[in-house]
Each structure stands twice: as C-alpha cells, then as structure tokens.
Ligand binder design. Structure first.
Ligand code: SF4
Ligand code: FES
Length: 373
C-alpha cells in the first residue's frame, strides 16, 4: 500500500474539504445494453453483490446529513432495481434533487409515472446512435425505437430531459443529427461527451479513438449549432488524447462527487475501481462522513502534496490537479504520475503511440460488455 502513507504530515495539516455536492448512486451494474464504451468496471458485479434497499436508504440519509444536495441514480440500468421508487421516495423525504440516468429501456409510461410520483426530478437519457445498424454495433441490441419512445414519454410528462451521447469514431459523424434530435425532442441540455478511455472504452480504444479531423469537424458543427439555437444548452466534453493539457478530472480528486458502487464500495470517481494502492471503503462498514473526510482513498490525491515532478512545481497544478489519476495509473502504472496527456509528462509517448495507431486498421473486433452480470 502506498499513497497517504507517503505524506502523513502534509495530509494531517490539510484544511477540511467542503462536503460533496452530489452523490452518484451506482445502484447496479446490470444492464440490457452492452455498450462498448461502458464506464462500469471490466469486473462487473452481479445482482447477488448489490446493496439492499435499507442500506441505500441509510446512504441517502447520511448523504443529506453531510450536505449533499443532489443524487444521480445510475448503473448499469437503474430501472432494473425494483426498489427504485422506494429509494426515490426516501430521497424526496430528504429534499434531495434526484436525477435518473437511464438507457430508457424499461421505461414505460406507468413506470415513469410511478417514479415521478415517488420523487424523481429529472431524467438523463443516453443515446448511442440515431442509425439502427450503428446503434446495434455500439450497444449490442435493437433499442433505438425505445430511445425515441422514452424521450417522447419524458417530454410528455413535463420532466426536464437531458440527453447524453458518448462520442467516438463510430458515431462522431452523426453529431449534426444528434443535435437536431435533441432540439426536436425538447431536451433542456445535450451532453456530447467524447469518450474517455477507461474500462470498456480502453479495451476498445483501437476502434473508438477518432482522428483529429473528425473531431474538428464535429466541434465546428457544435459551435454553429449553439449560435443558431441558444435555447438548447450543449455541453462538449473535450477529447483529451488530442489535447496537450490534461483535463481537471472530476474537478479534482474527491472535491465534488462521491460515488457509491452497487456493492457499497465508495469512490471519488467512477473509474477508481482500478487503482490498486487503496482498498475502497465500503458504506456497509463506514459512514459516508468517514469515507469523505477520513478514508485513505479519498485523501490520497486531494490537494497537491502527493504530486511528483513535473506536476509538483508546475504553475498549472492547482488548475488541472495533475489531470486524471485513473488515466495516469492505467497508462503509466502509477496514479501519482502526471496524466500522460500532458506534454510535460515523461509518459506522453503512450498517448502519441495511440494516436499514431490511428493510421493502421484496428486489430480484432469490438468487445461488448456482458448484458448482465
Ligand atoms: Fe498539469 Fe502536471 Fe502537466 Fe503541470 S505537469 S500541466 S500540473 S499534468
Ligand atoms: Fe478517476 Fe479521472 S477517472 S480520476
């Protein structure tokens, strides 16, 4: 074990961080879709490992007590939890703002009515592609019609609708159609999130990483669309491999979000399952307050004490926090290294090699995540 153990004096001198703004409740890893970029870990958990209703209700109470304002109920597909209404009711009693992040598969008019009555405030619907064959290739099944139906149901109910599309080589050329779909569907916001390469997306990176020209073209379409349709908020999450500076991942380690996984493991970001140096605290045995303020994992990369060169003395260290710890670990073998996207990183060559591979055909075929675990 490393990390905090290296800097005990500096860690104890740190000011107490603000409470998290949002709890991301990963209620399950089970999902009817099999997306090739799924942000769930490659080692998926089955239903038998999931926290029960009472545990989740306690987690919600503890979150509210420490100042959390918003809960994102996500998965996998959270609609597969039969107790979702019970959890929403618990959240509403605590006055939490609750968003459902869903594929829309399994969202009937009656289910939506139940969820809204229980305390759901907003829905974020994922979109893989607006082309049947491409959608099937990305998510392993024929779900496009149900996405259209889900979007219409949500809008008809008067519920705020956010659409989310993870972008990559297979669908980047559809950005214009996706923008128009969001406009026609009456969405409040469209998140165009260029794929980040962790978990399943990293497994499939050779098939998903787009080239620079395709990205430039898509971004130009987004810019033009924003100017023409200012009523629709369009968020463009930058593709960091093509950048020279890393993203300030999660707004800094353990600064704003607290993630609880299906089995109760608590993490500062959805990809941190992979980090080997700290066993994640589990909410079955540790209160959320202890998780956030005292656990070794959450303290490990807060602030700048943990940094090595070139981050340690870099003027950007308080701005980008050294980039992404999970990406640093996955691509360099040590989460304390600078994110290799940074051109000052001695490991930038791993990013350049991935970009260089774009000139060759991708080996093998796409690897879909299992449907259920
Ligand atoms: Fe950010 Fe570190 Fe690169 Fe500086 S050296 S820009 S802090 S990743
Ligand atoms: Fe974990 Fe960036 S995804 S810190």
């Amino acid at each position: 074990m490393t990390g905090l153990l290296d800097t005990p004096r500096a860690a104890s001198a740190r000011p107490r961080p603000a409470p998290p703004l949002a709890l991301i409740a990963e209620l399950t890893h089970r999902c009817p879709l099999q997306c090739v970029y799924c942000s769930n870990p490659v080692q998926l958990l089955g239903a038998a490992r999931e926290l029960g209703t009472e545990d989740w209700r306690r987690v919600l109470r503890e979150a509210e007590a420490m100042g959390v304002l918003q809960v994102l109920h996500t998965g996998g597909e959270p609609l597969l939890r039969p107790d979702l209404s019970v959890l929403l009711r618990a959240g509403r009693a605590l006055d939490l703002y609750q968003t459902l992040i869903t594929s829309g598969v399994g969202l009937s008019e009656r289910r939506l009515h139940d969820l809204l009555g229980a305390g759901l405030d907003a829905v974020q619907l994922s979109l893989q592609s607006l082309d049947d064959a491409t959608a099937r290739r990305i998510c392993g099944g024929d779900f496009l019609k149900r996405k259209h139906e889900a979007a219409a149901l949500i809008r008809a109910s008067g519920t705020p609708l956010v659409l989310n599309a993870v972008l990559h080589r297979l669908n980047l050329g559809e950005v214009g159609n996706i923008l128009q779909f969001a406009l026609d569907a009456g969405a409040e916001r469209l998140e165009l999130a260029n794929s980040q390469y962790y978990g399943w997306a990293l497994e499939n990176r050779a098939h998903l990483l787009p080239d620079a020209a395709a990205l430039r073209d898509a971004e130009a379409q987004v810019t033009a669309f924003r100017a023409a349709h200012p009523q629709l908020s369009v968020q463009w999450v930058v593709p960091d491999y093509h950048d020279t500076a890393p993203k300030p991942c999660m707004g800094g380690w353990a600064q704003t979000h607290l993630i609880v996984g299906p089995d109760g493991r608590a993490l500062p970001c959805p990809a941190a399952y992979v980090l080997p140096d700290h066993v994640p605290p589990n909410v079955s045995a540790t209160s959320l307050e202890q998780v956030w303020y005292d656990s070794a994992l959450f303290q490990a990369y807060r602030g700048t004490d943990w940094m090595r060169e070139p981050c340690r003395t870099c003027p950007q260290r308080e701005v980008d926090h050294g980039g992404c710890r999970c990406q640093a670990f996955l691509l360099t073998g040590d989460a304390r290294n600078a994110d290799p996207v940074c051109t000052l990183s001695p490991h930038r060559d791993v990013i350049d090699a991935a970009l260089d591979d774009l000139r060759r055909p991708a080996p093998g075929d796409l690897r879909h995540r299992p449907r259920t675990a």
